[in-house]
Design a protein around this ligand. Structure first.
Ligand code: FCB
Length: 449
Protein backbone atom coordinates (compact mmCIF):
# COMPACT_ATOMS: atom_id res chain seq x y z
CA UNK A 1 0.00 0.00 0.00
CA UNK A 2 1.49 3.34 -1.01
CA UNK A 3 1.09 6.36 1.24
CA UNK A 4 -1.04 7.94 -1.47
CA UNK A 5 -3.93 5.63 -0.72
CA UNK A 6 -7.12 5.87 1.20
CA UNK A 7 -8.12 3.14 3.62
CA UNK A 8 -11.80 2.42 4.13
CA UNK A 9 -13.25 1.63 7.57
CA UNK A 10 -12.75 -1.94 8.82
CA UNK A 11 -16.41 -2.85 8.68
CA UNK A 12 -16.92 -1.33 5.22
CA UNK A 13 -19.15 -3.40 2.88
CA UNK A 14 -17.82 -3.99 -0.62
CA UNK A 15 -20.56 -5.27 -2.86
CA UNK A 16 -22.13 -5.47 -6.27
CA UNK A 17 -25.78 -5.22 -7.26
CA UNK A 18 -28.23 -6.78 -9.72
CA UNK A 19 -32.01 -6.99 -10.19
CA UNK A 20 -34.17 -10.04 -10.86
CA UNK A 21 -35.58 -9.23 -14.30
CA UNK A 22 -32.20 -8.02 -15.52
CA UNK A 23 -30.34 -11.28 -14.84
CA UNK A 24 -32.55 -14.24 -13.93
CA UNK A 25 -34.14 -15.24 -17.24
CA UNK A 26 -36.10 -18.51 -16.81
CA UNK A 27 -39.27 -16.47 -16.99
CA UNK A 28 -41.49 -19.53 -17.20
CA UNK A 29 -39.52 -21.76 -14.84
CA UNK A 30 -40.38 -22.57 -11.25
CA UNK A 31 -44.00 -21.47 -11.50
CA UNK A 32 -43.11 -17.82 -12.12
CA UNK A 33 -45.99 -15.62 -13.26
CA UNK A 34 -45.78 -12.84 -15.80
CA UNK A 35 -44.61 -9.35 -14.85
CA UNK A 36 -45.18 -5.98 -16.46
CA UNK A 37 -41.62 -6.19 -17.83
CA UNK A 38 -42.42 -9.43 -19.70
CA UNK A 39 -45.39 -7.70 -21.29
CA UNK A 40 -43.48 -4.51 -22.03
CA UNK A 41 -40.33 -6.13 -23.43
CA UNK A 42 -42.48 -8.27 -25.72
CA UNK A 43 -44.26 -5.19 -27.07
CA UNK A 44 -42.67 -4.27 -30.41
CA UNK A 45 -40.75 -1.00 -30.42
CA UNK A 46 -40.23 -0.66 -26.67
CA UNK A 47 -36.73 -2.14 -26.22
CA UNK A 48 -33.58 -1.59 -28.30
CA UNK A 49 -33.22 -4.50 -30.78
CA UNK A 50 -36.45 -6.04 -29.50
CA UNK A 51 -34.50 -7.60 -26.60
CA UNK A 52 -36.36 -9.26 -23.72
CA UNK A 53 -35.40 -10.66 -20.31
CA UNK A 54 -36.55 -14.18 -21.29
CA UNK A 55 -33.04 -15.57 -20.93
CA UNK A 56 -30.92 -12.62 -19.76
CA UNK A 57 -27.92 -14.04 -17.84
CA UNK A 58 -29.79 -17.27 -17.05
CA UNK A 59 -28.84 -16.58 -13.46
CA UNK A 60 -31.84 -18.62 -12.26
CA UNK A 61 -29.94 -21.72 -13.38
CA UNK A 62 -26.37 -20.45 -13.10
CA UNK A 63 -26.46 -18.82 -9.67
CA UNK A 64 -23.89 -21.20 -8.13
CA UNK A 65 -21.35 -20.22 -10.81
CA UNK A 66 -22.22 -16.56 -10.34
CA UNK A 67 -21.64 -16.85 -6.61
CA UNK A 68 -18.25 -18.41 -7.36
CA UNK A 69 -17.50 -15.30 -9.44
CA UNK A 70 -18.62 -13.05 -6.58
CA UNK A 71 -16.05 -14.83 -4.43
CA UNK A 72 -13.43 -14.21 -7.06
CA UNK A 73 -14.28 -10.51 -6.85
CA UNK A 74 -13.95 -10.69 -3.08
CA UNK A 75 -17.46 -9.36 -2.46
CA UNK A 76 -18.64 -9.05 1.12
CA UNK A 77 -22.19 -8.10 0.10
CA UNK A 78 -24.48 -8.92 -2.80
CA UNK A 79 -27.56 -6.83 -3.49
CA UNK A 80 -30.20 -8.61 -5.56
CA UNK A 81 -33.94 -8.37 -5.93
CA UNK A 82 -36.75 -10.84 -5.48
CA UNK A 83 -39.14 -11.26 -8.39
CA UNK A 84 -42.61 -10.69 -6.98
CA UNK A 85 -44.16 -12.86 -9.74
CA UNK A 86 -42.01 -15.81 -8.63
CA UNK A 87 -43.60 -15.57 -5.17
CA UNK A 88 -47.14 -14.56 -6.19
CA UNK A 89 -47.56 -15.59 -9.85
CA UNK A 90 -51.09 -14.19 -9.94
CA UNK A 91 -50.39 -11.29 -7.59
CA UNK A 92 -52.36 -12.77 -4.71
CA UNK A 93 -53.56 -16.08 -3.28
CA UNK A 94 -51.11 -18.70 -2.06
CA UNK A 95 -47.37 -18.14 -2.38
CA UNK A 96 -45.48 -20.28 -4.87
CA UNK A 97 -43.15 -22.56 -2.91
CA UNK A 98 -40.84 -23.14 -5.86
CA UNK A 99 -40.18 -19.41 -6.08
CA UNK A 100 -39.44 -19.15 -2.37
CA UNK A 101 -37.17 -22.20 -2.59
CA UNK A 102 -35.11 -20.59 -5.36
CA UNK A 103 -34.31 -17.58 -3.20
CA UNK A 104 -33.71 -19.77 -0.15
CA UNK A 105 -31.09 -21.73 -2.11
CA UNK A 106 -29.54 -18.52 -3.38
CA UNK A 107 -29.34 -17.06 0.13
CA UNK A 108 -27.94 -20.28 1.62
CA UNK A 109 -25.30 -20.48 -1.05
CA UNK A 110 -24.33 -16.84 -0.47
CA UNK A 111 -23.87 -17.52 3.23
CA UNK A 112 -21.77 -20.58 2.45
CA UNK A 113 -19.58 -18.33 0.29
CA UNK A 114 -19.30 -15.78 3.12
CA UNK A 115 -21.29 -13.15 1.21
CA UNK A 116 -24.01 -11.15 2.97
CA UNK A 117 -27.34 -10.84 1.11
CA UNK A 118 -28.90 -7.38 0.68
CA UNK A 119 -32.41 -7.99 -0.57
CA UNK A 120 -34.54 -5.57 -2.60
CA UNK A 121 -38.21 -6.50 -2.59
CA UNK A 122 -39.33 -4.50 -5.62
CA UNK A 123 -37.10 -3.75 -8.56
CA UNK A 124 -39.89 -2.99 -11.06
CA UNK A 125 -41.30 -6.42 -11.97
CA UNK A 126 -44.91 -5.99 -10.87
CA UNK A 127 -47.07 -9.11 -11.42
CA UNK A 128 -49.07 -8.49 -14.60
CA UNK A 129 -52.36 -9.54 -12.94
CA UNK A 130 -51.92 -6.59 -10.54
CA UNK A 131 -51.29 -4.28 -13.48
CA UNK A 132 -54.53 -5.56 -14.97
CA UNK A 133 -56.22 -4.19 -11.83
CA UNK A 134 -54.62 -0.78 -12.20
CA UNK A 135 -51.04 -1.46 -11.10
CA UNK A 136 -49.41 1.42 -9.26
CA UNK A 137 -52.37 3.59 -10.16
CA UNK A 138 -54.38 1.52 -7.68
CA UNK A 139 -53.82 2.01 -3.93
CA UNK A 140 -54.63 -1.63 -3.40
CA UNK A 141 -51.29 -2.54 -5.01
CA UNK A 142 -49.59 -1.08 -1.93
CA UNK A 143 -51.56 -3.48 0.30
CA UNK A 144 -50.69 -6.39 -2.00
CA UNK A 145 -47.04 -5.37 -1.67
CA UNK A 146 -47.35 -5.45 2.12
CA UNK A 147 -48.70 -9.01 1.97
CA UNK A 148 -45.96 -10.08 -0.41
CA UNK A 149 -43.28 -8.58 1.86
CA UNK A 150 -44.78 -10.29 4.90
CA UNK A 151 -44.64 -13.63 3.10
CA UNK A 152 -41.06 -13.16 1.93
CA UNK A 153 -39.81 -11.89 5.28
CA UNK A 154 -41.45 -14.80 7.11
CA UNK A 155 -40.05 -17.35 4.67
CA UNK A 156 -36.54 -15.96 4.13
CA UNK A 157 -35.94 -13.70 7.12
CA UNK A 158 -33.73 -16.20 8.92
CA UNK A 159 -31.10 -15.67 6.24
CA UNK A 160 -31.55 -11.96 5.57
CA UNK A 161 -30.53 -9.06 7.80
CA UNK A 162 -30.63 -6.26 5.21
CA UNK A 163 -33.82 -5.34 3.40
CA UNK A 164 -34.81 -2.70 0.89
CA UNK A 165 -38.46 -2.17 0.07
CA UNK A 166 -38.60 -0.35 -3.29
CA UNK A 167 -35.86 0.45 -5.78
CA UNK A 168 -36.03 3.99 -7.19
CA UNK A 169 -39.71 4.92 -6.88
CA UNK A 170 -39.02 7.99 -9.06
CA UNK A 171 -38.00 5.81 -12.00
CA UNK A 172 -40.84 3.31 -11.52
CA UNK A 173 -43.39 6.14 -11.31
CA UNK A 174 -42.19 8.62 -13.91
CA UNK A 175 -40.41 6.51 -16.54
CA UNK A 176 -43.16 3.92 -16.19
CA UNK A 177 -46.17 6.25 -16.24
CA UNK A 178 -45.11 9.61 -17.64
CA UNK A 179 -42.39 9.21 -20.30
CA UNK A 180 -43.49 5.67 -21.14
CA UNK A 181 -39.87 4.48 -21.44
CA UNK A 182 -40.38 1.76 -18.85
CA UNK A 183 -43.13 -0.74 -18.08
CA UNK A 184 -46.08 -0.36 -18.07
CA UNK A 185 -45.42 2.36 -20.65
CA UNK A 186 -48.11 4.89 -19.70
CA UNK A 187 -47.76 8.58 -20.63
CA UNK A 188 -49.81 10.47 -18.11
CA UNK A 189 -48.26 12.85 -15.57
CA UNK A 190 -51.21 12.72 -13.20
CA UNK A 191 -51.10 8.92 -13.20
CA UNK A 192 -47.34 9.05 -12.59
CA UNK A 193 -47.82 11.23 -9.50
CA UNK A 194 -50.46 8.82 -8.23
CA UNK A 195 -48.10 5.90 -8.91
CA UNK A 196 -45.33 7.71 -6.99
CA UNK A 197 -47.65 8.13 -4.01
CA UNK A 198 -48.77 4.51 -4.11
CA UNK A 199 -45.17 3.32 -4.40
CA UNK A 200 -44.33 5.28 -1.26
CA UNK A 201 -47.39 3.82 0.47
CA UNK A 202 -46.12 0.39 -0.58
CA UNK A 203 -42.78 1.23 1.00
CA UNK A 204 -44.63 2.08 4.24
CA UNK A 205 -46.65 -1.14 4.12
CA UNK A 206 -43.44 -3.03 3.37
CA UNK A 207 -41.67 -1.46 6.36
CA UNK A 208 -44.55 -2.42 8.63
CA UNK A 209 -44.43 -6.00 7.39
CA UNK A 210 -40.65 -6.19 7.76
CA UNK A 211 -40.75 -4.78 11.29
CA UNK A 212 -43.09 -7.57 12.33
CA UNK A 213 -40.58 -10.20 11.15
CA UNK A 214 -37.18 -8.60 11.73
CA UNK A 215 -34.86 -9.47 14.58
CA UNK A 216 -32.71 -7.06 16.57
CA UNK A 217 -29.80 -5.86 14.47
CA UNK A 218 -31.59 -6.36 11.16
CA UNK A 219 -32.05 -3.26 9.01
CA UNK A 220 -34.56 -2.06 6.44
CA UNK A 221 -35.08 0.98 4.26
CA UNK A 222 -35.67 2.21 0.73
CA UNK A 223 -33.40 2.85 -2.27
CA UNK A 224 -33.59 6.22 -4.04
CA UNK A 225 -31.95 7.49 -7.20
CA UNK A 226 -30.55 10.87 -6.21
CA UNK A 227 -28.81 13.45 -8.37
CA UNK A 228 -27.56 16.92 -7.54
CA UNK A 229 -29.42 19.44 -9.62
CA UNK A 230 -27.43 22.36 -10.98
CA UNK A 231 -28.42 25.30 -13.18
CA UNK A 232 -27.10 25.44 -16.75
CA UNK A 233 -26.21 29.11 -16.27
CA UNK A 234 -26.56 31.66 -13.49
CA UNK A 235 -29.80 33.18 -14.72
CA UNK A 236 -32.66 33.21 -12.23
CA UNK A 237 -34.73 31.18 -14.65
CA UNK A 238 -32.18 28.36 -14.66
CA UNK A 239 -31.64 28.54 -10.90
CA UNK A 240 -35.36 28.12 -10.34
CA UNK A 241 -35.52 25.35 -12.92
CA UNK A 242 -32.75 23.48 -11.08
CA UNK A 243 -34.67 23.89 -7.81
CA UNK A 244 -37.78 22.43 -9.46
CA UNK A 245 -35.79 19.48 -10.82
CA UNK A 246 -34.43 18.91 -7.32
CA UNK A 247 -38.01 18.97 -6.04
CA UNK A 248 -39.18 16.57 -8.72
CA UNK A 249 -36.43 13.94 -8.34
CA UNK A 250 -34.96 14.33 -4.84
CA UNK A 251 -37.03 16.38 -2.38
CA UNK A 252 -40.37 14.81 -3.34
CA UNK A 253 -39.23 11.48 -1.98
CA UNK A 254 -36.85 12.60 0.76
CA UNK A 255 -39.30 15.09 2.28
CA UNK A 256 -42.10 12.52 2.23
CA UNK A 257 -39.94 9.78 3.77
CA UNK A 258 -38.06 11.84 6.37
CA UNK A 259 -40.47 14.71 7.12
CA UNK A 260 -43.84 13.21 6.32
CA UNK A 261 -44.80 16.00 3.88
CA UNK A 262 -44.51 16.66 0.19
CA UNK A 263 -42.58 19.88 -0.54
CA UNK A 264 -44.92 22.88 -0.75
CA UNK A 265 -43.41 24.42 -3.86
CA UNK A 266 -43.94 21.19 -5.79
CA UNK A 267 -47.45 20.62 -4.46
CA UNK A 268 -48.33 24.11 -5.72
CA UNK A 269 -46.69 23.45 -9.06
CA UNK A 270 -48.50 20.14 -9.56
CA UNK A 271 -51.83 21.74 -8.64
CA UNK A 272 -54.74 19.70 -9.97
CA UNK A 273 -52.47 16.80 -10.87
CA UNK A 274 -51.87 16.08 -7.15
CA UNK A 275 -53.18 12.70 -6.03
CA UNK A 276 -55.60 12.47 -3.16
CA UNK A 277 -53.74 11.94 0.09
CA UNK A 278 -55.76 10.02 2.62
CA UNK A 279 -55.52 10.55 6.38
CA UNK A 280 -52.60 8.56 7.72
CA UNK A 281 -50.81 8.23 4.37
CA UNK A 282 -47.92 10.49 5.24
CA UNK A 283 -47.45 8.81 8.64
CA UNK A 284 -47.23 5.45 6.94
CA UNK A 285 -44.76 6.76 4.35
CA UNK A 286 -42.54 8.39 6.96
CA UNK A 287 -42.30 5.45 9.37
CA UNK A 288 -38.72 5.27 10.64
CA UNK A 289 -36.24 3.31 8.56
CA UNK A 290 -32.75 2.08 9.45
CA UNK A 291 -30.86 2.69 6.26
CA UNK A 292 -31.10 4.65 3.02
CA UNK A 293 -29.77 3.16 -0.21
CA UNK A 294 -28.43 5.79 -2.61
CA UNK A 295 -28.12 5.01 -6.32
CA UNK A 296 -25.92 7.53 -8.05
CA UNK A 297 -25.02 7.75 -11.73
CA UNK A 298 -24.88 11.41 -12.74
CA UNK A 299 -25.97 14.95 -11.93
CA UNK A 300 -28.75 16.96 -13.55
CA UNK A 301 -27.74 20.16 -15.29
CA UNK A 302 -30.96 22.02 -15.80
CA UNK A 303 -32.21 24.83 -18.04
CA UNK A 304 -35.51 26.71 -18.03
CA UNK A 305 -37.71 25.54 -20.88
CA UNK A 306 -41.14 27.16 -21.09
CA UNK A 307 -42.35 24.48 -23.50
CA UNK A 308 -41.56 21.54 -21.21
CA UNK A 309 -44.73 20.70 -19.31
CA UNK A 310 -45.35 20.59 -16.42
CA UNK A 311 -41.95 21.41 -14.90
CA UNK A 312 -40.65 23.96 -17.44
CA UNK A 313 -37.24 22.38 -17.12
CA UNK A 314 -34.94 20.60 -19.49
CA UNK A 315 -31.84 18.54 -18.72
CA UNK A 316 -28.82 19.58 -20.75
CA UNK A 317 -25.37 18.04 -21.12
CA UNK A 318 -22.62 20.61 -20.64
CA UNK A 319 -20.43 20.78 -23.77
CA UNK A 320 -17.30 19.88 -21.82
CA UNK A 321 -18.88 16.86 -20.13
CA UNK A 322 -17.31 13.42 -20.16
CA UNK A 323 -20.12 10.95 -20.89
CA UNK A 324 -20.72 7.19 -20.77
CA UNK A 325 -21.95 5.07 -23.69
CA UNK A 326 -25.50 6.00 -22.65
CA UNK A 327 -24.67 9.72 -22.78
CA UNK A 328 -24.80 10.11 -19.00
CA UNK A 329 -22.37 12.73 -17.73
CA UNK A 330 -19.52 11.34 -15.61
CA UNK A 331 -19.52 13.58 -12.55
CA UNK A 332 -17.86 11.88 -9.57
CA UNK A 333 -18.07 14.74 -7.06
CA UNK A 334 -21.86 14.61 -7.39
CA UNK A 335 -21.75 11.41 -5.36
CA UNK A 336 -20.08 13.22 -2.47
CA UNK A 337 -22.61 16.05 -2.86
CA UNK A 338 -25.66 13.78 -2.61
CA UNK A 339 -24.31 11.85 0.37
CA UNK A 340 -23.41 15.03 2.22
CA UNK A 341 -26.69 16.71 1.35
CA UNK A 342 -28.85 13.80 2.42
CA UNK A 343 -26.94 13.61 5.69
CA UNK A 344 -27.24 17.36 6.35
CA UNK A 345 -30.89 17.74 5.37
CA UNK A 346 -32.47 14.40 6.32
CA UNK A 347 -29.98 12.57 8.58
CA UNK A 348 -30.77 8.92 7.82
CA UNK A 349 -28.89 6.96 10.47
CA UNK A 350 -27.00 4.90 7.94
CA UNK A 351 -26.33 5.17 4.22
CA UNK A 352 -25.22 2.67 1.62
CA UNK A 353 -24.27 3.43 -1.95
CA UNK A 354 -26.50 0.74 -3.42
CA UNK A 355 -25.68 1.40 -7.11
CA UNK A 356 -22.97 3.25 -9.02
CA UNK A 357 -21.39 2.35 -12.33
CA UNK A 358 -21.06 3.10 -16.02
CA UNK A 359 -22.24 1.71 -19.36
CA UNK A 360 -19.31 1.51 -21.74
CA UNK A 361 -18.69 0.01 -25.15
CA UNK A 362 -16.79 -3.03 -23.94
CA UNK A 363 -15.00 -5.19 -26.46
CA UNK A 364 -14.11 -8.83 -25.98
CA UNK A 365 -10.72 -9.31 -27.59
CA UNK A 366 -8.96 -12.67 -27.39
CA UNK A 367 -10.77 -13.55 -24.23
CA UNK A 368 -10.01 -10.24 -22.49
CA UNK A 369 -12.16 -7.19 -21.77
CA UNK A 370 -9.92 -4.20 -21.18
CA UNK A 371 -12.09 -1.41 -19.74
CA UNK A 372 -9.78 1.17 -18.16
CA UNK A 373 -12.54 3.79 -18.41
CA UNK A 374 -14.75 1.77 -16.02
CA UNK A 375 -11.84 1.29 -13.65
CA UNK A 376 -11.33 5.08 -13.69
CA UNK A 377 -15.04 5.66 -13.18
CA UNK A 378 -15.18 3.42 -10.12
CA UNK A 379 -11.91 4.76 -8.79
CA UNK A 380 -12.97 8.41 -9.02
CA UNK A 381 -16.34 7.71 -7.45
CA UNK A 382 -14.82 5.71 -4.60
CA UNK A 383 -12.59 8.63 -3.72
CA UNK A 384 -15.73 10.76 -3.45
CA UNK A 385 -17.36 8.18 -1.20
CA UNK A 386 -14.24 8.30 0.94
CA UNK A 387 -14.53 12.09 1.17
CA UNK A 388 -18.02 11.54 2.59
CA UNK A 389 -16.68 9.01 5.11
CA UNK A 390 -14.08 11.53 6.20
CA UNK A 391 -16.72 14.21 6.54
CA UNK A 392 -18.51 11.89 9.04
CA UNK A 393 -21.39 11.06 6.74
CA UNK A 394 -22.51 7.64 8.04
CA UNK A 395 -22.02 5.80 4.76
CA UNK A 396 -21.14 2.18 5.38
CA UNK A 397 -20.71 0.43 2.05
CA UNK A 398 -20.58 0.56 -1.73
CA UNK A 399 -22.28 -1.70 -4.28
CA UNK A 400 -21.06 -1.47 -7.86
CA UNK A 401 -23.69 -1.61 -10.59
CA UNK A 402 -23.47 -4.22 -11.83
CA UNK A 403 -22.09 -7.66 -11.09
CA UNK A 404 -22.84 -8.83 -14.64
CA UNK A 405 -23.66 -7.25 -17.98
CA UNK A 406 -27.43 -7.64 -18.12
CA UNK A 407 -30.79 -6.60 -19.56
CA UNK A 408 -30.59 -2.82 -19.20
CA UNK A 409 -34.34 -2.10 -19.39
CA UNK A 410 -35.22 0.00 -22.48
CA UNK A 411 -31.63 -0.38 -23.71
CA UNK A 412 -31.83 -4.18 -23.72
CA UNK A 413 -28.42 -5.81 -24.01
CA UNK A 414 -26.92 -2.80 -25.81
CA UNK A 415 -25.71 -1.17 -22.58
CA UNK A 416 -23.10 -3.07 -20.56
CA UNK A 417 -22.56 -2.13 -16.91
CA UNK A 418 -20.94 -5.32 -15.58
CA UNK A 419 -17.73 -5.92 -13.70
CA UNK A 420 -18.11 -9.23 -15.49
CA UNK A 421 -18.66 -9.47 -19.23
CA UNK A 422 -21.44 -11.79 -20.39
CA UNK A 423 -21.42 -13.31 -23.86
CA UNK A 424 -25.18 -13.58 -24.27
CA UNK A 425 -24.89 -16.17 -27.07
CA UNK A 426 -22.96 -18.66 -24.95
CA UNK A 427 -23.57 -17.35 -21.40
CA UNK A 428 -19.82 -17.32 -20.91
CA UNK A 429 -18.68 -14.92 -18.17
CA UNK A 430 -15.35 -13.08 -18.30
CA UNK A 431 -14.17 -10.90 -15.45
CA UNK A 432 -13.30 -7.50 -16.95
CA UNK A 433 -10.16 -5.57 -16.09
CA UNK A 434 -12.36 -3.33 -13.89
CA UNK A 435 -13.58 -6.43 -12.06
CA UNK A 436 -10.01 -7.52 -11.36
CA UNK A 437 -9.20 -4.05 -10.13
CA UNK A 438 -12.29 -4.07 -7.90
CA UNK A 439 -11.25 -7.43 -6.45
CA UNK A 440 -8.00 -5.83 -5.26
CA UNK A 441 -9.94 -3.01 -3.68
CA UNK A 442 -12.32 -5.39 -1.92
CA UNK A 443 -9.45 -7.52 -0.58
CA UNK A 444 -7.22 -4.71 0.58
CA UNK A 445 -9.92 -2.24 1.62
CA UNK A 446 -7.79 0.42 0.00
CA UNK A 447 -8.14 2.72 -2.98
CA UNK A 448 -5.16 4.50 -4.52
CA UNK A 449 -5.51 8.26 -4.12
C1 FCB B 1 -30.83 2.17 -12.18
C2 FCB B 1 -31.54 0.86 -11.96
C3 FCB B 1 -30.73 -0.36 -12.33
C4 FCB B 1 -29.90 -0.13 -13.58
C5 FCB B 1 -29.14 1.18 -13.48
C6 FCB B 1 -28.27 1.46 -14.68
O1 FCB B 1 -31.78 3.16 -12.38
O2 FCB B 1 -31.91 0.72 -10.61
O3 FCB B 1 -31.61 -1.44 -12.46
O4 FCB B 1 -30.69 -0.21 -14.69
O5 FCB B 1 -30.01 2.23 -13.30
Amino acid sequence: MSSASVVFPDDWVWGAATAAYQIEGAVRAGGRGQSIWDTFSHTPGKIVNGDTGDIACDHFHRYPDDIALMRELGLGGYRFSIAWPRIFPTGSGRPNTEGIDFYRRLIDELHTAGITPYVTLYHWDLPQPLQDRGGWGNRDTAHRFGEYVQTVAAALGAGVQHWFTINEPWVAAFLGHWTGDHAPGARDFRLALLAAHNLLLAHGEGMAALRSEMRPGDEAGIVLNLAPSEPADDSNADLEAAHRMDGFVNRWFLDALYRGVYPDDMVRLYGDAMPEIAAGDMDLISRPTDVLGVNYYSRSVVAYDPAAMPLHTRRVTPPSARVTAMGWEIFPSGLYDVLQRVHDDYAPGRLLVTENGAALNDVLDEGVVDDPAREDFLHEHLLQVYRAVQASVPVAGYFAWSLLDNFEWAWGYSARFGLIFVDFATQERIVKRSGRWYSEVTRENVVGA
